[in-house]
Design a protein around this ligand. Structure first.
Ligand code: ADP
Ligand code: MG
Length: 654
């Protein structure tokens, strides 16, 4: 058997210099190398005649050299040209700055070339083709893997190294899955899968290889989570909170009656809290379903039982908003709440830390700031994290270490189908609020094309005249953060100068410092700003009840879950709210996706449909760091495999 832990520098063709470049790709061992999977493949196995080639495509041709390479020089650059031909036409192969090619070809010899075809009028050129002498298959004649990042390593060199690595390992890797699973699900062996994922002979070999590797990856993740749940967490002695102080007592403080869904969830939480098992629970509920009230109730129980609670929110403004809600309820009950965010003065902070340690603060609400080492509790019993997808599992665990096995409640507003919840949060028990408080007005949603621009602008103007506020979300720009920034500023300027000059327009984007962002959000909340133009940074649960319009530009570029989250920013007050999805493009999937948004306000239905329709918008885009990183699995596309894996995993943890 081969030692997969071996340093890459000892692989044939690597050596110390290339090892450094591989290290930059986080490839340190032989194992890392052979699991550096291709991003895509080019089929360079099916030759075309020059006659068949189409302008603009990349194609494999089999040609004879009919001239020597001629080099022309202009300035510092050189160009190499070679006349070639097959039985259907003659053509020209062209390279730039590749002087060494001058001696590479012999007149009359046959070559395979793969490159981009330029076919205008009657002239055919092949641009910078890769090639082999006929009969060799280093660069052509087969399906070629294309690797994601390579830095200064060329695709060719990385491919060669990979070939050596596969040659060394093929047949020598220990099987990682049990025999019965391989048989039952008809999977290729690990050796075959690794070979075929890099160098498939045919497309179906690649598909089988990928299926096996995805299966394995998902299974390992799932088993690890279940192990955590059944062996690690459940064995730990947690806190048994008092049965004397019932959550129901405190719900009388709310100006509303809880929905049945909220009541059901609270029962589940109360049971967990009273048992000596550590609570590790995920609370899923759509935007506006009333998760904050649940957090308050749990905190109440913890405090009444003599413990402290901490509530973590992803932004300062959200934390501040929570503090207000908490104080409204808790000030009457003699429960002391405090806010810890990075913006506060040093003195104030010292004071908070001191009181926290002395147990003079019952509930601490804050941002990442609460994770800092100098934040010490007297007796932490409950950790609540809001909008979970912004925090990673690691942060969740870090805060939990500030107490002795405190109960943990994770709240998420990203509704996800159950199959996915199991793989993302397999270590947690799951509670769902599947009902909104009564009398919520549906957010009226319209999907419109660019032609309706003027009517949309008039509509916004009319709402602003009535004293409302609006959000405008900028298109997602693919070419990076800087362009995103540009599009936000340009759009804001356009609205300020041309469309709504009499109103106060401001903008918000991800590159602003957190403090700037919070200032803008606060101004918007206080109605010093009428229209907020922004990137998706406003996504997280900020409450501005007076804003009732959400316009989303280029809506077809966003995943449905993101659209849903964004839309949830309005409809938080007493006014009828509207969401206007401006979209472009005429394909069926886009229209279906827009239709889903217009027809329903239910996040769970939307996430199911999103999975079904797949499409380009990535549902998980909204979840960011919360996700485990997969090398090959794609939760979005691999739901079938995921279902199989869950059956297997459950059998192992009956
Ligand atoms: P989210 O689940 O998005 O965090 P919130 O907790 O912010 O939702 O609740 C949204 C709004 O609904 C708040 O203004 C809250 O006071 C109100 N609310 C919560 N539960 C109920 C209920 N059972 N009946 C009426 N209003 C409620
Ligand atoms: Mg919330």
């Amino acid at each position: 058997m081969v030692d997969l832990g071996k340093d890459v520098k000892y692989i044939k063709g690597v050596g110390p210099n290339r090892a450094e470049l591989l290290n930059k790709l986080k490839i340190f061992t032989l194992q890392d190398l052979i699991t550096y999977y291709p991003r895509t493949y080019q089929d360079r196995s099916k030759p075309k005649t020059l006659f068949e080639c189409v302008d603009g495509e990349e194609a494999l041709i089999e040609v004879v050299a009919t001239s020597k390479v001629v080099e022309t020089r202009f300035g510092k650059k050189t160009m190499q040209k070679l006349m070639i031909g097959d039985e259907t036409a003659s053509a020209e192969a062209v390279w730039f700055n590749q002087t060494y090619l001058k001696t590479k070809f012999s007149i009359g010899k046959k070559y395979r070339m793969y490159g981009k075809i330029d076919k205008k009028y009657r002239k055919i050129q092949v641009l910078s083709p890769v090639f082999d002498e006929y009969g060799f298959t280093q660069n052509t004649g087969r399906i070629i893997p294309i690797y994601p990042l390579t830095y200064s390593l060329s695709q060719n060199i990385l491919r060669k190294i990979m070939e050596n690595a596969i040659e060394e390992t093929y047949g020598n890797i220990l099987e990682t899955l049990p025999e019965y699973l391989i048989k039952k699900y008809n999977l290729p062996s690990i050796n075959q899968a690794i070979k075929d994922i890099h160098f498939p002979k045919e497309l179906k070999d690649f598909q089988k290889a990928r299926e096996r590797l995805v299966f394995e990856e998902l299974l390992m993740t799932q088993l690890a989570l279940l192990k955590l749940k059944y062996y690690d967490i459940e064995k730990v002695q947690g806190i048994a909170f008092s049965e004397q102080y019932k959550i129901e007592e405190m719900t009388k403080q709310f100006p509303f009656t809880l929905t049945n869904a909220q009541k059901k969830v609270l029962q589940e939480i109360e049971k967990d809290m009273e048992s000596s098992k550590m609570m590790n629970r995920l609370l899923q509920g759509d935007v506006g379903s009333g998760k904050t009230a649940i957090a308050m109730c749990s905190a109440y129980k913890a405090v009444k039982s003599g413990y402290q609670a901490v509530i973590m929110a992803p932004t300062a403004i959200l934390a501040t908003q929570h503090l207000e809600s908490f104080e409204n309820i808790f000030s009457n009950l003699g429960i002391r709440c405090e806010l810890l965010i990075s913006g506060i003065s040093k003195n104030k902070k010292e004071d908070i830390l001191q009181r926290l340690k002395n147990g003079e603060i019952d509930i601490l609400i804050g941002t990442h700031a609460v994770l800092e080492d100098n934040v010490e509790f007297k007796k932490l019993g409950l950790v609540v994290t809001d909008e979970q997808h912004r925090f990673g599992v690691r942060q969740r665990n870090k805060i939990a270490t500030k107490g002795e096995n405190p109960d943990v409640l994770v709240m998420s507003a990203t509704p996800i189908p159950r199959t996915l919840a199991l793989i993302l949060y397999g270590d947690l028990d799951i509670s769902i609020i599947d009902e909104l408080p009564p009398n919520r007005k549906k957010i009226e949603t319209f999907a419109v094309t660019k032609r309706m621009q003027e009517r949309v602008d008039n509509f916004i103007r009319k709402q602003l005249e009535e004293g409302r506020q609006a959000y405008i979300v900028c298109p997602l720009v693919e070419e990076g953060e800087d362009n995103n920034l540009k599009s936000v500023i340009e759009l804001a300027e356009k609205y300020q100068k041309e469309i709504l000059p009499q109103y106060h327009i401001a903008y918000l984007h991800g590159k602003m410092r957190p403090k700037e962002k919070d200032e803008i959000m606060l101004k918007f909340k206080n109605h010093e700003i009428d229209v907020l133009v922004s990137t998706t940074v406003i996504e997280v649960g900020v409450d501005v009840p007076n804003s009732n319009i959400m316009v989303i530009e280029d809506a077809q570029r966003f995943g449905l879950a993101t659209l849903h989250q964004l839309r949830g920013r309005v409809g938080r007050g007493k006014y009828q709210s509207y969401c206007i999805l401006k979209y472009e493009g005429n394909n069926d999937t886009i229209r279906k996706r827009m239709k889903v948004m217009c027809e329903t306000n239910d996040g769970f239905i939307i996430s199911e449909k999103d999975l079904e329709l797949r499409g380009s918008g990535d549902f998980f885009g909204t979840m960011q760091h919360g996700l485990p990183e997969f090398k090959i699995a794609n939760l979005f596309e691999d739901t079938q495999i995921l279902k199989k894996v869950q059956i297997v995993a459950r059998r192992n943890y009956g």
